[in-house]
Design a binder for this molecule. Structure first.
Ligand code: CP
Ligand code: NVA
Length: 321
């Protein structure tokens, strides 16, 4: 067991296998306490959180706001219309001021650098609620969902079909420590960030897993257990939409693609979803774990918030990872 109190949660790159498993175990424990047992567990009574959003959000906002309340604390939702951040006041000053008001802050930002400034200039733990490089809360929810479905994630092969974006970047950082192999199919020019590929390569070496990159979705899906995709046009790339729709032709996840996957294949999507990247037949099929994963955003968000604020010892037996 290692204490995560006081740590920032900006990327899973800095979390070990033990720490990632601990976060997932805590999420599983909280899910049982609240959902199954209806426990009135309020470990964060008196604590407060700032939820800063430069971009819109359904899941990240609602899971954290309601989750923090369930834990007994108070979360303040701050959109660009509410606070000065970066517009009328520097990120540096905002970080210092918020540190005097709240115990923890989550931020969804355009530029990952904003998270780094918040974390170095403030005095409280900072949680990444999505940046252009990473979305670690999503990766945790995805792996909690896969653990629940498969009983264990070790040895699974995950195929990514789509844009080399923040979602696959975070999946990659958690995959290696959890013993999961990853195949990434992206169009030319839309590959994962070179630094992420480099970091992932080091993790793969350390944990004995593999990463494989291709421009052929069918090749990536061949024998894969889990097929994952996301929007082809992330927030902030709207002006590239027409061009991207052309480039990503042939990347729609459909039953033909899933037909070459392993017999036990499942599908994941972080949502929000557009039908160009996955058709209804797959998205609404019983193989799709997109909605269970969306629910797990809440338990994993609560796990992260709680773990960065105080030590929590799960009472439920540790799931197999
Ligand atoms: N998956 C996800 O982060 O969704 P939101 O943009 O709704 O938060
Ligand atoms: N890649 C998407 C994820 C949204 C949850 C984006 O950055 O907009």
């Amino acid at each position: 067991w290692s204490s995560l109190v006081g740590r920032h949660f900006l990327t899973l790159k800095y979390f070990t296998k033990t720490e990632i498993e601990q976060l997932l175990w805590t999420a599983a424990d909280l899910k049982i306490r609240y959902k199954q047992n209806g426990e009135a567990y309020r470990p964060l009574e008196g604590k407060s959180a700032a939820l800063i959003f430069e971009k819109r959000s359904t899941r990240t906002r609602v899971s954290n706001e309601t989750g923090f309340a369930l834990l007994g604390g108070h979360a303040a939702f701050l959109s660009p219309a509410d606070i000065h951040l970066g517009v009328n006041e520097s990120v540096k000053d905002t970080a210092k001021v918020l540190s005097g008001f709240v115990d923890i802050a989550l931020a969804r930002v355009y530029d990952h650098e904003t998270l780094l400034t918040l974390s170095t200039e403030g005095y409280i733990p900072i949680v990444n609620g999505l940046s252009e490089i990473y979305h670690p809360l999503q990766a945790l929810a995805d792996f909690q969902t896969l653990q629940e479905h498969y009983g264990s994630v070790k040895g699974l092969t995950v195929a990514w079909v789509g844009d080399g974006n923040n979602i696959i970047h975070s999946l990659m950082m958690a995959a290696a420590p959890l013993g999961v192999n990853v195949r990434v199919a992206t169009p030319k020019g839309y590959e994962v960030f070179p630094q992420v590929e480099k970091d992932a390569g080091k993790l793969a070496e350390q944990y004995g897993t593999s990463f494989y990159y291709t421009n052929d979705p069918m090749e990536a899906c061949q024998g894969a257990n889990v097929i994952v995709t996301d929007t082809w046009v992330s927030m902030g790339q709207e002006e590239e939409k027409a061009e991207r729709l052309k480039v990503f032709e042939g990347y729609q996840v459909n039953m033909k693609m899933c037909g070459v996957a392993a017999k036990d294949w499942t599908f994941l999507h972080c949502l929000p979803r557009k039908s160009e990247e996955v058709n209804d037949e797959v998205f609404y099929s019983p193989r799709s774990l997109a909605f269970p994963a969306a629910e797990n955003r809440k338990w994993t968000a609560m796990s992260v918030m709680l773990s960065l604020l105080q030590d929590h010892t799960p009472t439920t037996p540790k799931p197999k990872y």
